[in-house]
Write a protein that binds this ligand. Structure first.
Ligand code: SAM
Ligand code: MD0
Ligand code: SF4
Length: 355
């Protein structure tokens, strides 16, 4: 429970944040309650000031390879949940994965994010199905030295450590919320603790971690403040928030939507709380049209870059802006410019990773 006897003035909170003095729960709650247009502008300005302090005007970009859309899980919010029969699923071959990765690398991305549903094909026999995927990753790494992220769900520990050996840098598994009760209504039948603990296991193996939140799924302001604390405890290197996009033929299809402004505000508050961390602006929520507002809120990584004609899907928006080539570096660059930003160099990104 949060004691909210006082509601300190926004100016004071933002000055405190820009001095990098940790904000208390009351202050974070009052930030989450900001709705006045002028006050929002102030919050975004403070977020950008902190971003500039650590990253200057440089933005990173991540290529997204959703290589299997099969999944053994039943997340209530996800289009790819096991029992959804209204989609054509695919599993890309190693060669297809490699080709897509190379074309993304050629286009200039800083990292390749290899993502899948929890595809039983790979998880069979204690994860022995991953063997050829691990060699593929090793190939990509050896020939390009590109930073790699793995977003393949809760992996067996030995599989995770083989991926580390093969050259994977990042492990991404989003908790969505750090309220275990809400979690159990979102990630149906999945252990909260196992998902959380696998992140710390991965960290001990030397992985960088990405943690993520879904907003608009019944999360309260208190839940979000709690998540910021848990993310701080975890020591995640990259933190994201995405708005829930209702999916046809899933349990949350008719869940009432929350204004997009909430995601933007959470991005900005994350920047105030974690000034030196990576915070994505995902093209997967509102496509190219939603990029500038997320960058203006303080994000510094563009994620979900997908080559057209690759036959690959997004997650929350499986087709938006993909085939028309709008999720590409060449479409993003002019938007960065309008926001006063530039694409960082590969070396900038590697320097950040090694910091
Ligand atoms: N299957 C792996 C997992 O769940 O960890 C990795 C891929 S999963 C599809 C990646 C993330 O997409 C989820 O953690 C969730 O945050 C996000 N996501 C899934 N469905 C979504 C939706 N309908 N709206 C917004 N985000 C969604
Ligand atoms: C994205 N669609 O970056 C991707 C996905 C998984 N690590 C990332 C949610 O928005
Ligand atoms: Fe599967 Fe991931 Fe979707 Fe959950 S979020 S159903 S684990 S693909």
């Amino acid at each position: 429970a949060v004691n909210s006897a006082t509601n300190p003035k926004l100016d004071e909170i933002l000055i405190k944040a820009t001095k990098e003095i940790p904000l208390n729960q009351d202050e974070l709650l009052s930030l989450l309650r900001v709705s006045d247009e002028k006050e929002l502008t102030q919050v975004f300005e403070a977020a950008r000031l902190l971003r500039t302090r650590y990253f200057l005007n440089k933005v990173f970009s991540y290529g997204f390879v959703y290589f299997s859309t099969y999944c053994r899980n039943e997340c209530a919010f996800c289009f790819y949940r096991k029992s959804n029969k209204s989609l054509q699923r695919y599993r890309k071959t190693d060669l297809e994965i490699m080709k897509t990765a190379f074309s993304l690398i050629d286009s200039g991305v800083h990292l390749i994010d290899l993502t899948m549903g929890e595809d039983s094909y790979f998880f069979q026999n204690q994860g022995s199905g991953f063997a050829h995927m691990i060699r593929t990753v090793e190939m990509i790494k050896k020939s390009t030295s590109i930073p790699i992220m793995l977003s393949a769900g809760v992996l067996p520990e030995d599989v995770l450590s083989e991926f580390k050996e093969a050259g994977v840098d990042w492990y991404a598994t989003y908790q969505e919320t750090h309220n275990p009760k809400l979690y159990s209504r979102l990630r149906l039948g999945q252990s909260y603790d196992e998902r959380m603990n696998r992140k710390t296991d991965a960290q001990k193996m030397g992985f960088l971690l990405e943690e993520g939140l879904l907003t608009g799924v019944g999360d309260t302001d208190e839940d979000l403040v709690n998540s910021f604390e848990e993310m701080k405890k975890l020591g995640a290197d990259q933190l994201r928030v995405m708005s829930f996009i209702p999916q046809k033929d899933t349990p949350m299809q008719h869940f009432s939507a929350v204004p997009r402004a909430r995601e933007l505000l959470v991005i900005a508050i994350m920047r105030l709380v974690f000034p030196d961390r990576l915070i994505p602006a995902s093209l997967d929520v509102d496509g190219l049209n939603g990029l500038a507002e997320r960058l203006n809120a303080g994000a510094n990584v563009v994620t979900s870059i997908i080559p057209p004609e690759s036959g690959l899907a997004g997650v929350s928006n499986h087709s938006l802006d993909i085939e028309d080539g709008n999720r590409t570096i060449s479409k993003i660059t002019p938007i960065l410019e309008k926001c006063g930003l530039v694409m960082a160099s590969r070396q900038d990104y590697k320097d950040w990773i090694l910091m």
